[in-house]
Design a protein around this ligand. Structure first.
Ligand SMILES: Cc1cc2nc3c(=O)[nH]c(=O)nc-3n(C[C@H](O)[C@H](O)[C@H](O)COP(=O)(O)O)c2cc1C
Length: 326
């Protein structure tokens, strides 16, 4: 049997399938279900999602998920109220499951932040994932000043918590390679590519705001695949795929591109925790058929870094392929 172990954020995971931050991992029971289903690790639900949801509902919108538009003041108030509960969740999750537990904070870098990161560091969490999402609405804020804020949060988190830190990013950055290397220098041990943000929609009957589709689709993994293949070998961070992994095939593809872990969320909501075992069995069977000893044998084999024709990985508009299709 192929060895499914992987190293991620300095931790040894028995396999690379990680249940992503969400309500699936919001309780010790959910964490135990993920562990019992075979997950290699879990990322706990981010701190202050409830506050965000309450915020949206209180202004008459529908409940969405973690999203960047939340008001900073309410977020900080929620953080103060929720931090004790969150530290308790970390301790209980650790007690409920014998797999690594990664805490997650939806982070805006407010004044509470340093102290809370210190507390997370002492809570027993194995690592800390930062879900950083700024949606700038000011025409005066430059892309570089926004990225400076992201880098500063990572530096603070790493120093204060003393934990391995990963950063879950959105895909909309002008030069992700540059940002990734700055984040690595600031202490990020891992990058999760990508977050899937709250999708805004409008209800035509009520003329109110509402949430768009909450779950990803199986075809949504391509953006993660592209960027993992471009970043592998170019930054020292461990890479994790974060959107659209719904089956063993996409899990294997992102590992071939260079991922050390694959985060799953929507597919677990849709099919239940049992899908984790299905994904793992499919991966093992594929590796065994190819006589691969383990994931280390295939990781990054189809990355830009190892490619003989790296330019192919950089084409946003692949004329040959497109002309073949149309
Ligand atoms: C219901 C729901 C709740 C989520 N809550 C969080 C959260 O608290 N923190 C976070 O970083 N991401 C959150 N996410 C995003 C997921 O962790 C994941 O990154 C995203 O759904 C993409 O992965 P997928 O394609 O496997 O669904 C949530 C997603 C869903 C569907």
């Amino acid at each position: 049997m192929a060895d499914m172990k992987t190293k991620y954020l300095g931790l040894t995971l028995k396999n690379p399938v990680v249940v992503a931050a969400s309500s699936l991992t919001a309780t010790p029971t959910g964490v135990k279900k993920a562990a019992d289903a075979g997950a290699g690790a879990v990322v706990l639900k981010s701190l202050f999602e409830e506050q965000l949801r309450a915020d949206i509902q209180s202004v008459g919108g529908s409940a969405g998920e973690s999203h960047p538009e939340a008001d900073a003041y309410l977020a900080e108030m929620g953080m103060h109220a929720g931090s004790g509960e969150y530290l308790k969740l970390i301790r209980e999750a650790k007690a409920a499951a014998d797999i690594p537990v990664i805490a997650s904070v939806n982070c805006i870098g407010g004044p509470w932040w340093t102290e809370f990161a210190e507390q997370v560091g002492k809570s027993g969490a194995d690592a800390l994932e930062l879900n950083i999402a700024f949606l700038s609405t000011s025409p005066d804020e430059t892309a570089s000043s926004l990225e400076d804020r992201v880098v500063q949060i990572v530096r603070t988190a790493r120093a204060a918590s003393g934990l391995p830190v990963s950063v879950k990013l959105g895909s909309q950055y002008t030069n992700l390679l540059n940002l990734a290397s700055r984040l690595s220098s600031a202490g990020a041990g891992g990058l999760v590519l990508f977050n899937r943000f709250f999708r805004m929609d409008i209800d035509l009957s009520t003329l109110g705001l509402m949430a768009g589709p909450v779950h990803s689709k199986p075809e949504d993994y391509h953006e993660s695949l592209r960027w993992i293949s471009l970043l592998f070998g170019r930054v020292p961070c461990d890479l994790a795929a974060g959107t659209g992994v719904h089956d063993y095939a996409s899990a294997l593809k992102v590992i071939l591109a260079g991922a050390r872990a694959v985060q799953v969320c929507s597919v677990v909501y849709q099919k239940g925790y049992g899908v984790i075992r299905e994904i793992l069995t499919g991966m093992e069977t594929w590796l065994d058929q190819r006589k691969a000893a383990g994931l280390d044998d295939i990781r990054g084999k189809l990355s830009r870094f190892t490619s003989r024709s790296p330019a192919d990985y950089e084409r946003l508009q692949y004329i040959k392929a497109l002309t073949g299709i149309y």
